[in-house]
Design a binder for this molecule. Structure first.
Ligand SMILES: [Zn+2]
Length: 44
């Protein structure tokens, strides 16, 4: 599984966030915060 924001492989427990009915996964709280700031940049 790869981080939605930085594209790195996620090791261990991912951080997840639900946005418009889809769940996205992140490697760190920083990447999750970045997604929350600009979700439209990462959602296709
Ligand atoms: Zn990341």
């Amino acid at each position: 599984m790869k981080c939605t924001v930085c594209g790195d492989e996620i090791r261990g427990k991912p951080y997840s966030f639900n946005y418009k009915g889809n769940t996205y996964y992140f490697c760190s709280p920083m990447c999750m915060a970045e997604f929350k700031k600009r979700p439209e940049k990462y959602v296709k």
